[in-house]
Design a protein around this ligand. Structure first.
Ligand code: ADP
Length: 327
């Protein structure tokens, strides 16, 4: 017979993303609605091992839905990679009588949750909190939409100054393994080129087109580069361009961590709220050791042991759109 869940805990782990607070809020309030006791774990798996845990009430999550970052803080925890570290974590959970865990984080955090749930009888539910949208099985991850909108706002501003000076700007956005932030923000800002890890970059063809554009005096160009593109980021692209076009007025702008912060967009608040609610339902219904995704606007429950990086899924059509619209 299915074991009843009474006490659950929630943590945020790995890279932070805007909307994590909205997800924490949804988990806490749904848990309380169903009569569960809910605990917050500070600093991810590190706080779990150190028993940095507190009881949460409805008002613990008041006024946080609009805030970036995470009230529970996040961390990377070396000890959790080891069986000894996970044993300590289990002992803390056991001592506190916690019988269900919600993990908000990226694929690394999900691997940690899987390892814990395989070794011990602790049901774990993951919520995909990552700005990169690099997890297979979900159309949305918490924070992606906000990061894209932050990049769009920044690139729009860069285009104003690029236009004033007739300059080439090479803008680097986040995305080590996945080019979605680059692709979405690049299309939405009319970038002339978008360089992403999923596609082989033909830098010579790009420089050829810049030379040709210079000939017809089209001097304002924006190239958006994902940090993980195989060419090696915006500085390297600029170096290669200048090698062949020494007189070009080219500038580099690396957007960096501003993409992780800020108030979450409506979409991120909404998906975080839906996912948080369903995470608690999963624990109650006995649908354990899955992460909650959304596909075609339906909840999708993916077993944690099949979590994988979303790779190479950007279709030719998207790239065709980039090319046609930027010509
Ligand atoms: P993200 O969750 O954003 O992908 P990380 O990859 O840094 O970030 O993972 C967050 C934390 O999850 C790690 O610091 C570690 O504590 C835990 N973790 C990641 N991978 C594993 C693994 N294979 N086994 C156990 N714990 C892991």
């Amino acid at each position: 017979m299915q074991k009843k869940v009474n006490r659950i805990a929630v943590l945020t782990s790995g890279g932070d993303s805007p909307g994590m607070n909205a997800a924490v809020r949804a988990v806490v309030r749904t848990g309380l609605f169903y009569g569960l006791e809910v605990f917050g774990i500070m600093r991810g798996y590190q706080g779990l091992i150190e028993d940095d845990i507190f009881k949460m009430e409805s008002r613990s999550v008041a006024n946080i839905i609009q805030r970036g970052g995470t009230i529970l803080k996040t961390a990377r925890c070396k000890e959790f990679y080891t069986p000894e570290g996970r044993k300590k974590a289990y002992e803390v959970l056991k001592r506190r009588g916690i019988d269900g865990l919600v993990i908000i984080g990226g694929d690394g955090s999900f691997k940690g949750a899987m390892a814990l749930s395989k070794e011990y009888d602790i049901p774990c539910i993951g919520l995909a909190g990552t700005i990169d949208k690099d997890i297979a099985g979900t159309d949305f991850t918490i924070g992606f939409d906000t990061a894209v909108n932050t990049a769009i706002e920044a690139i729009d501003k860069i285009r104003d100054t690029a236009d004033a000076h007739d300059r080439l700007f090479i803008v680097e956005v986040m995305g080590r393994d996945a080019g979605y932030i680059a692709l979405h923000s690049g299309i939405a800002t009319g970038a002339e080129n978008i360089l992403i890890p999923e596609r082989k970059t033909n830098i010579n063809a790009i420089i050829d087109s810049l030379v040709e554009k210079e000939r017809r005096r089209k001097l304002v160009n924006i190239i958006v580069v994902a940090e993980g593109d195989e060419i090696g980021g915006a500085n390297e692209v600029a170096r290669l361009v200048k090698e062949r076009m020494p007189n070009i007025d080219a500038r580099v702008c690396i957007l960096g961590h501003i993409q992780r912060g800020g108030s979450p967009t409506g979409i991120d608040r909404l998906i975080a709220s839906r996912m948080g609610y369903h995470a608690v339902e999963c624990l109650i219904e006995g649908r354990h050791n899955v992460f909650v995704g959304i596909q075609n606007n339906r909840m999708n429950y993916i077993p944690l042991d099949s979590v994988g990086k979303k790779k190479g899924t950007i279709s030719e059509e998207w790239m065709k759109i980039v090319k046609i619209l930027a010509s």
